[in-house]
Ligand binder design. Structure first.
Ligand SMILES: Nc1ncnc2c1ncn2[C@@H]1O[C@H](COP(=O)(O)OP(=O)(O)O)[C@@H](O)[C@H]1O
Ligand SMILES: [Mg+2]
Length: 394
């Protein structure tokens, strides 16, 4: 499953923005303050809203008034369209409208709609809630089994700031809701903290995924080294080509803890994690993340170029794209022309600051000049540096 489009109204500086035809690999550029982090923050917001509730997701971000657009008095509207669901070939629309009622954030409307079959007429509301009350229509149990009762079931949620998706997503009969719920829960929103990584040598155990902060790097490396030795060897080979003098990184169990040791060709003694260069550590962490045997449904990484030598960035862009072959979607923001050189035009979006303080998002592939210049061999990063992405620069 993947996100086909995003429509935002009154979310942060996005007063009214639609991102359509999103490819599997999406790269965002734009001057500071144009909203890249805010756009990526949307994913964390939705995941928190699902894990806890809307009130808590807002509170973590300063409350409704900080998340809603400052110049507008209106509700926050988030609409996502999903494609390639296992349970339906239809494009599914999920709408969430959040507003204040008596100074409390509430879900004004939560809607899940799609057209069950190509000949099924208009789209049907399968989930429709407002202020904690609404209905959900159960879907077919499976293709071979006969349809279960398709009458709407009235439901009342415990509180008007709870997502119906959270509750309904736990029931088999609401397949689409469950699928979307699981999809969102599986997002990886990278908040890679090098300081955390250096502290990552934790007690023994297994972690099957790299955490968003990277604070379980040693544990996840150990997991890959033991369970996917071929993949781990591949990661080592890749690093050898990228870091001069690099030999390998070993995960060692000593007492109750797992340690990482980096071996270099010129030295007989290894280096410990705190001695390893920040760039090498970042490359190692990305390699681990991108070779995860159970990939995330969506990967969000801001400015992956930090600490990395420019010549490696085109290749890194390629690796992010390769991750999407494992039926995942990847969103990246960047300030590095060398990274953008490795990105296709239809994967690039740029953000601009508008006079009224809001932001707009543009798709590079809609720009005829950019299209014809890349067709004759110009690289997107060069074109961006030369100012062809109008309004992207400060
Ligand atoms: N609720 C809001 N309404 C309007 N603008 C906002 C709101 N919240 C943040 N902003 C604007 O967004 C900026 C932060 O943008 P950010 O997403 O961090 O940009 P980038 O990551 O592209 O540098 C703030 O400086 C402010 O101008
Ligand atoms: Mg930012």
């Amino acid at each position: 499953m993947r996100i086909e489009s995003i429509r935002l109204k009154n979310f942060r500086m996005f007063r009214d923005v639609t991102l359509d035809h999103l490819p599997n690999f999406c790269v965002f550029v734009g001057a500071n303050g144009t909203g890249k982090s805010s756009l990526f923050g949307l994913f964390g917001f939705l995941r928190d809203a699902l894990t806890y509730n809307v009130k808590e997701a807002l509170a973590k971000r300063g409350g409704f008034k900080e998340v809603a657009n400052r110049q507008s008095q209106g509700a926050i509207e988030i609409e996502l369209k999903f494609r390639d669901l296992k349970s339906t070939s239809a494009v599914v629309t999920y709408l969430l409208v959040i507003d204040l009622l008596d100074q409390r954030p509430v879900i004004q409307r939560e809607l899940l709609k799609y057209r069950p079959s190509p000949r099924g007429g208009g789209s049907k509301h399968f989930v429709d809630f407002s202020l904690g009350n609404g209905f959900a229509i159960p879907e077919k149990v499976s293709k071979n089994q006969k349809e279960v009762n398709q009458e709407p079931i009235e439901q009342q949620l415990e509180s008007p700031d709870l997502l119906a998706l959270k509750g309904l997503g736990q029931f088999q009969q609401f397949k689409v809701a469950s699928e979307i719920r699981r999809f969102i829960e599986n997002w990886h929103i990278s908040d890679f903290q090098r300081s955390e990584v250096r502290m990552s040598e934790r007690a023994i155990g297994y972690d099957e995924h790299l955490s968003c902060q990277g604070d379980n790097l040693a544990l996840f490396a150990r997991y890959l080294q033991e369970n996917q030795p071929e993949t781990y060897k591949k990661i080592m080979r890749e690093l050898t080509g990228r870091v001069p003098g690099f030999s390998h990184i070993e995960t060692i169990l000593e007492g109750e803890r797992i340690y990482l040791k980096l071996w270099q060709t010129a030295f007989s003694e290894p280096f410990l994690l705190w001695q390893v260069s920040a760039g090498t550590l970042t490359l190692f962490a990305y390699s681990l993340l991108l070779h995860d045997p159970k990939p995330h449904s969506l990967l969000c990484v801001e400015e992956p170029e930090k600490q990395i030598y420019p010549d490696l960035l085109m290749g890194l862009a390629d690796e992010f794209r390769s991750y999407t072959k494992k039926s995942a979607q990847v969103f990246v923001s960047t300030h590095a022309p060398a990274f953008l050189d490795g990105v296709h035009l239809d994967e690039i979006f740029w953000l601009t600051h508008q006079e009224d303080g809001s932001s707009q998002v543009h798709s590079a592939t809609d720009n005829h000049l950019l299209k014809s210049l890349t067709q004759v061999g110009d690289l997107p990063g060069e074109l961006w540096s030369q100012g062809f992405f109008r309004g992207a620069h400060p």
